[in-house]
Design a protein. Structure first.
Length: 562
């Protein structure tokens, strides 16, 4: 166990494990596993499971395996395997030498199935999938026995061997457990253990043409690996009796299955099937689209592993399903980046400003703080010249009440620079919109302070027109319009937010960002947190907005305390 138990997150799973250790169950060992199916990219919900399984192993000085439950070759790809391994490592966890695959155990799984046939606990069934559904019954009506249920063990062994040999067509026969067709738990009504599937496997090739079902392969794989606590999401609670039945009938080592509530996140779809549909139908640019809740997507958007781990700790582990406000996830990345992201100035929608009384040939290097939250990050030099850019939204020719930024005749502060006053406006002849401002500056206010003590109500960020770099900035919002997108929606695509992505191509950023590496994170002062996108390259800067500065979660928390 951890040296300092007070630092361990408190939850019902850790309480169970603590009790098992005290009772010397499993010889007081703790051995968990993270068992993804390699049929898609991991998402933020999987991050919760990763943090839970590897975190428990860490806290109790145990072990955690990474095991791919690769039992469906028609949906699995090496690309997914590689991405999952990368995601787990990015989150800060390592499986050391404990990388396993269910396909490692295909022969053992087959022999255990033979054992159940010999015990009269499994049989080969010829019912079609449609017939099997008819025989299965409903939640209120018991099922009916298959007409093939009473085949002899000898006949079943012969048929099962021939299934393995490839004598029968895909889908023509299954191997089923013989349990109870009248059980109130539908999962116990003679579930399928094996199906014929003549498809190449990404690891075993064409060696097998029958593949075990998840419920059977999962529990036996846990047993083979010596897992002590098999931690699953809540939808597997009704599968636990089947998990126990297989292990008890086989008489093999028996881990303990514990279920917890999966993550549901507002404004977010976490169904792997729906995420695949978004990618396949071109609603997003790929699995790593920054709008996607995949770990690859949120990493590209600029999230840090520390923020994700903090989020998973904050939401905790519960026994009942609930929906977490996505604002909490955004709060966690703001909290992390506020401490570590360098501050820079960038102008997303530039408005040209000419300072009439500033010397035309003068260029000053002004001192700017890299991060006021961490003064050890030091300062940088920012060039200042006669022509600068400010944000279009920071000027109003006819300012409304409560607008304190730049307007004709009004004085404002330029961050780290001078006080300026607007004295003239040039407009577009066609639209009437301001295209250029003319201002004067007070040279006595260098650094942004007035020696005579006069105050201004606004401080604007800016960049030098001559020295700043052009950049593309991609602004991202929630992919789903609704707070609760409705996982049961017949067509969830109707809830997609058409304004989830906006691309600005004429932005200007400080010259110090030239050559910024992909993945580098910054706070654009007054605008939010941004990350350098992998699309950047020589002579091209592309940024993704990670999060705005507006923190709705903090407001929710504050209002809740009143």
């Amino acid at each position: 166990m951890a040296d300092n138990e007070t630092e361990r997150p408190a939850d019902f799973i850790r309480e169970i494990i603590t009790e098992d250790i005290a009772a010397k169950k499993y010889e007081s060992r703790v051995h968990t596993r993270f068992p993804p199916e390699p049929n898609g990219y991991l998402h933020i919900g999987h991050a919760k499971s990763i943090c839970l399984n590897f975190g428990i192993a860490r806290d109790f000085r145990g072990l955690c395996n990474l095991r791919f439950d690769d039992t469906n070759p028609t949906k699995e790809e090496v690309e997914y395997v590689d991405s999952i391994k990368g995601d787990v490592r990015w989150l800060g966890f390592d499986w050391d030498d404990r990388l396993f695959y269910a396909s490692d155990y295909f022969e053992k799984l087959y022999q255990h199935a033979v054992q159940l046939i010999e015990k009269g606990k499994a049989y080969v069934c010829d019912l079609t999938p449609e017939q099997m559904r008819e025989y299965r019954g409903t939640l209120t009506e018991p099922g009916s026995n298959s007409p093939y249920r009473d085949r002899s063990a000898e006949e079943n062994l012969d048929l099962f061997g021939r299934m393995r040999a490839g004598e029968f067509e895909t889908g023509s026969r299954t191997l089923r457990a013989k349990i109870d067709m009248s059980s109130g738990n539908i999962n116990m009504r003679d579930p399928v253990m094996y199906r014929i599937l003549k498809a190449g496997h990404h690891r075993t090739g064409d060696t097998w043409c029958i593949y075990p079902m998840y419920d059977y392969a999962h529990c036996v794989s846990d047993s083979i690996e010596g897992i002590t606590h098999s931690i699953c999401t809540l939808e597997f609670e009704d599968h636990r009796p089947l998990y126990d039945w297989f292990l008890e009938e086989l008489g093999i080592y028996h881990p303990r299955q514990i279920e917890f509530a999966r993550l549901n996140l507002s404004n977010t779809v976490l169904s792997k099937r729906k995420l695949i549909q978004l990618v396949r139908d071109g609603h997003v640019a790929g699995w790593d689209d920054p709008r996607m809740p995949t770990i690859a997507g949120i990493r590209r958007r600029g999230y840090t592993p520390e923020a994700i781990r903090n989020f998973c700790d904050r939401i905790g582990v519960a026994k009942r399903d609930s929906t977490v406000d996505v604002a909490l996830l955004e709060y966690c990345i703001r909290e992390d980046l506020n401490k570590k992201a360098p501050r820079v100035m960038a102008v997303l929608r530039p408005l040209r400003v000419v300072i009439d009384n500033y010397p035309e040939d003068l260029i000053e290097e002004l001192d700017a703080v890299n991060n006021p939250e961490d003064m050890s990050m030091g300062t940088r030099k920012v060039p200042f010249s006669r022509v600068i850019y400010i944000e279009q939204d920071d000027f109003r020719e006819e300012p409304p009440k409560g607008f304190f930024r730049l307007a004709p005749g009004r004085e404002v502060r330029l961050r780290y620079a001078y006080y300026i006053t607007c004295v003239g406006v040039l407009r577009d002849d066609r639209t009437g919109e301001a295209t250029e401002l003319h201002c004067t500056y007070d040279p006595k206010t260098r650094g942004g302070d007035s020696p005579d003590g006069r105050k201004v109500k606004a401080t604007l960020h800016w960049v030098s027109a001559e020295h700043s770099l052009e950049a593309e900035v991609r602004l991202y919002d929630h992919l789903m319009k609704e707070a609760g997108p409705g996982q049961q929606e017949a067509d969830f695509r109707a809830l997609l937010n058409p304004g989830s992505r906006e691309v600005l191509r004429s932005c200007r950023v400080e010259p110090g960002l030239a050559g910024a590496a992909a993945g580098s994170r910054y706070q654009f002062e007054r605008l939010g947190y941004f990350c350098v996108d992998p699309d950047s390259g020589p002579g091209r800067l592309v940024f993704n907005r990670t999060a705005t500065l507006r923190d709705t979660w903090a407001k929710v928390q504050k209002s809740g305390k009143k």
